[in-house]
Design a protein around this ligand. Structure first.
Ligand code: EPZ
Length: 417
């Protein structure tokens, strides 16, 4: 196991380059199951989750290569229509192969993801939607077993906004017979990016990025290629890094329009932010203003930025109420931040963050991807040394985070535990 050792107190200064979005690449990689042949992608980040999806696809018979940011996936010889528990348990996004397998092969056996640190995270909405499309689904010994002749288009209204639920069903509907309308669909940029790639493959999808998506099923899809969009959560994380260290960062290869809600809240917190077409310049300040935040599906404030924003608020000039409305248990970073001298009290789904003047470096433990980012951010601002252990969580979603931070002046190094 590895850990990060951070000497805090250095205002970050320089240029950070954003990588491709994990949560765009994963559904697009799963969509290659819909069209046998060679698919080509660029700007694909080198992350543990991408490697896990490659292992899952190769278990099914696909062949892939990831060289630099270029990823090719050849699904010509896919012949194993299942996602085993030992893979799915390490990455919930494996559930994204369910829709494509049922639509293209008429059969799928995918392990139930099981819960994770941030919540139960059921997939009932995925299953209900596939059944409405005509799939016969049963749960058998911890696996979802789904079968279908040709899926049939219909109107599906999601009881709750679900990102991967919308993506799974959009992929399945692409090969269904007739038209499917998804109502109360997720509007995330990653959903829109998936629809763009599906249309490149010959699908007929409109309305992606809005709450209503229409999919006219086609008989077959052909492999294509695309560039993965920038990671808006990585972008927001580095914006907070500039703010919390009172530094000045130019964040390149990003898409400012994808994180307006985050930018607005950071400006209210006092950061000076200038947006240009593919870069954002951020100046931190010494006197951080305490700001309330409620997480909400896109275009609301993303739950994936909640822990990082909380790190900033621990140094606010007043009290910030942060309410997590998407997941039921996404406050694991709170006890660790409090060990660094923060003053945070939990009340139901809200964290009451009373700003303190200084954080102290301490040994802390990462519990999930975004919580670990929050601890790194706190360590960058804290007085003294912070050791963040279990950083495999970080490596799931941040490409060479310590390297990118060192380049802009952070005193951070990765060591074996
Ligand atoms: C996606 O997860 C992201 N993962 C998550 O990012 C992100 O936090 C989440 O969306 C919310 O934005 C990927 O895109 C791979 P949901 P997903 O279905 O699709 C409930 C990260 O940090 N729900 O939108 O699994 C669910 O429990 C990860 O990169 C059901 O009840 O999230 C949650 O409370 C973490 N039944 C809410 O809906 C279902 O069938 C939203 O979940 C599905 C979801």
């Amino acid at each position: 196991m590895e850990k990060l050792i951070i000497e805090g107190g250095v205002p970050l200064n320089g240029v950070v380059e954003i990588s491709g979005a994990k949560n765009a690449a994963l559904p697009i990689m799963a969509s290659t199951l819909l069209a046998p042949g060679v698919h080509k992608f660029s700007n694909v980040p080198r992350l543990r989750d991408i490697a896990t999806m490659r292992i899952l696809l190769s278990h099914m018979g696909a062949v892939s290569e990831h060289d630099g940011g270029e990823l090719t996936v050849d699904t010509t010889s896919v012949n194993v229509l299942e996602a085993p528990y030992d893979l799915v348990k390490t990455m919930r996004a494996s559930i994204l192969v369910l829709g494509p397998l049922v639509a293209r092969y008429g059969r799928a056996r995918v392990s139930l993801p099981g819960g994770c640190a941030i919540g139960a995270r059921p997939i009932d909405l995925h299953i209900k939607a596939l059944e409405l499309l005509g799939a016969r689904v049963r749960i058998e010994r911890g696996y979802v077993v789904a079968e279908a002749n040709r899926l049939k288009g219909t109107v599906i209204t999601f009881d709750q906004v679900t990102v991967t639920g919308t993506e799974n069903v959009m992929m399945a509907a692409a090969l269904a017979d007739g038209t499917t309308v998804l109502e109360n669909a997720a509007r995330e940029p990653e959903v829109e990016a998936l629809a763009t790639y599906l249309n490149r493959m010959g699908a007929k999808i409109s309305g992606a990025g809005t709450h209503e998506i229409t999919i006219d099923g086609v008989v077959e899809l052909r492999p294509s290629k695309c560039r993965i969009i920038p990671d808006r959560i990585e972008t927001g994380t580095y914006m907070v890094a500039a703010g919390i260290t009172g530094g000045h960062l130019v964040i390149r290869h990003c898409q400012p329009a994808h994180l307006e809600a985050v930018t607005r809240k950071l400006q209210l917190a006092g950061l000076r932010i200038e947006e240009r077409n593919s870069e954002i310049e951020v100046w931190g300040i010494d006197n951080i203003h305490s700001v309330d935040v409620k997480t909400w599906p896109y275009p609301g404030f993303p739950t994936d930025m909640q822990a990082q924003f909380m790190a900033l608020m621990t140094l606010g000039n007043g009290v910030s109420v942060i309410t997590e409305q998407i997941f039921e248990n996404r406050f694991m970073h709170v006890p660790e931040l409090n060990r660094m001298g923060a003053n945070i009290r939990l009340e139901g789904r809200s964290a009451i963050v009373r700003g303190v003047t200084e954080l102290q470096g301490a040994p802390v433990m990462a519990t999930d991807l975004r919580a670990s980012a929050s601890l790194v951010l706190a360590g960058l601002a804290a007085e003294g040394k912070t050791e963040v252990s279990r950083i495999y969580h970080l490596d799931r979603g941040y490409e060479v985070l310590d390297e990118k931070l060192r380049k802009v002046g952070a005193r951070i190094k990765r060591v074996r535990e």
